[in-house]
Design a protein around this ligand. Structure first.
Ligand code: HEC
Length: 398
């Protein structure tokens, strides 16, 4: 494992990582990527974290949980009459969510939460479910499937370079026709809500060494566009953005590095040492009086830092602070492109002929779950290295 010590300005790290502002999309409500799930109650008791997609499936096609089946709620099937009920329309759908009544007026089982949505939210949700089957197949045509690299103003050349690398890497795999489709790679510089991504199946990658930008990520996810391979973000964001597949070494690599290198990291041998591996540890340390941190080395995993204000307080602490995070896991753009091309090939193959975004995400999540570090041996599977950056924050006033 290479260990590089870098001094990095705080600016980039302090950038806001809150949810995107602007109108809530149906995808964001259905998949719980914004805060609407707080409006849910079961038997009158507020319930947090109840995403529609968690019960009805990301593609609204219904799920089986043990002996219980949870019905499909895509618009096509809701609009059709079923054995147990007449067809839904927008008004009956709204009543089902607010009052828990089926289209025939009978109560729905308690397992289906009641939601205090306003009219606008119910409207976007109904429209979203009405076109979910189309959205699931965006960018898919008879002979091809289209992937995009998303450019931000200022990184257009880099995005185009990654696109070219992807084409080269795809060619190196023999430009396979997977289930009768070839992959096409485009780069797009536009706001995801502008419709410019309407003909894109999924977004690939970010540049090695650059943060993808949570704002862009938020905007893509709000449009229901899967993203494979952005650079690392705090764990809180990863949980919030379930449609994003990360390709970085995670907490365990950083925790392992800290436990093996803590002695070497401390500057003065006589300093007391405190380590924070989780947000809880960090909260406990930051609650200490300032005096207790003087002549202390704080060794903090970036995964413990949940908010910009955590970082601010660390920077103001009278302790020597070492912030440990995964370095960009890819040594070069070509490495990233090689990995992405293999993920695309395997993900498409495993998704089968009826290719949807949800099937692809599932297949890719399975494929990347067992990512090995190169030292763990060769093979054709995806690999990533586990380099670690150490950022030294000087104690305040020195
Ligand atoms: C905790 C799991 C759960 C969550 C979360 C959930 N549902 Fe349900 N939903 C169910 C179950 C179970 C049923 C079937 C109830 C019954 O048949 O009595 C159901 C039924 C429905 C129905 C009626 C379907 C029909 O054929 O009559 C609609 C519409 C619906 N859900 C939409 C949603 C939407 C939209 C959300 C998110 C805002 C959501 N559900 C969140 C479990 C859930």
């Amino acid at each position: 494992m290479r260990h590089c010590l870098r001094l990095v300005g705080l600016l980039g790290l302090l950038a806001s990582n809150g949810p995107a502002t602007g109108e809530e999309t149906g995808s964001a409500i259905f998949r719980g990527t914004q805060a609407s799930d707080r409006a849910a109650t079961i038997a009158g008791v507020p319930q947090a974290g109840l995403r529609c997609s968690g019960c009805h499936g990301r593609d609204a096609s219904g799920t089986v949980a043990g002996s219980a089946t949870i019905p499909p709620v895509d618009g096509r099937r809701l609009r059709e009459p079923a054995l147990a009920r007449p067809a839904y329309d927008a008004a009956l759908f709204a009543r089902a969510l607010r009052d828990g009544l089926r289209s025939n007026g009978r109560p729905l089982a308690l397992a289906m939460p009641r939601y205090a949505f306003d009219d606008a939210q119910l409207d976007v949700l109904w429209r979203f479910l009405s076109q979910i089957e189309t959205d699931e197949r965006r960018g898919v045509e008879a002979g091809r499937v289209r992937f995009a690299v998303a450019a931000r103003p200022g990184n257009r050349e880099e995005a185009e370079a990654l696109r070219l690398s992807l084409e080269r890497a795809w060619g190196a795999l023999g430009s396979p026709d997977v289930n009768g489709r070839r992959a096409e790679f485009v780069s797009i510089l536009a706001d995801p809500s502008s419709g410019a991504f309407d003909d894109v199946f999924a977004v690939l990658g970010s540049e090695p060494g650059t943060a993808f930008g949570t704002e862009l990520l938020d905007a893509l996810v709000a449009q229901g566009i899967p993203v494979v391979g952005p650079a690392h973000l705090p764990s809180r964001d990863r949980e919030r953005l379930p449609d994003v597949v990360w390709l970085t070494p995670g907490e365990s690599a950083v925790a392992d590095f800290i436990s093996r290198n803590a002695d070497a990291l401390r500057e003065g041998g006589d300093r007391a040492e405190r380590r924070a591996a989780s947000a809880r540890d960090l909260a406990a340390i930051l609650a200490l009086p300032q005096a207790d941190l003087a002549d202390t080395s704080l060794i903090v995993s970036i995964f413990a830092v949940e908010t910009p204000s955590d970082l601010q307080r660390l920077a103001e602490a009278p302790a020597e602070t070492l912030l440990v995070r995964p370095a960009s896991p890819f040594t070069s753009r070509d490495d990233l492109a090689d990995l992405l091309a293999r993920i695309v090939r395997d993900g498409l193959a495993e998704s089968g002929r009826d290719l949807t975004r949800t099937r692809f995400l599932k297949a890719v999540a399975r494929a990347t779950f067992g990512m090995r570090s190169p030292s763990a041996g060769g093979g054709d599977g995806p690999t990533s290295s586990t380099d670690v950056d150490v950022i030294r924050l000087r104690p305040a006033g020195r």
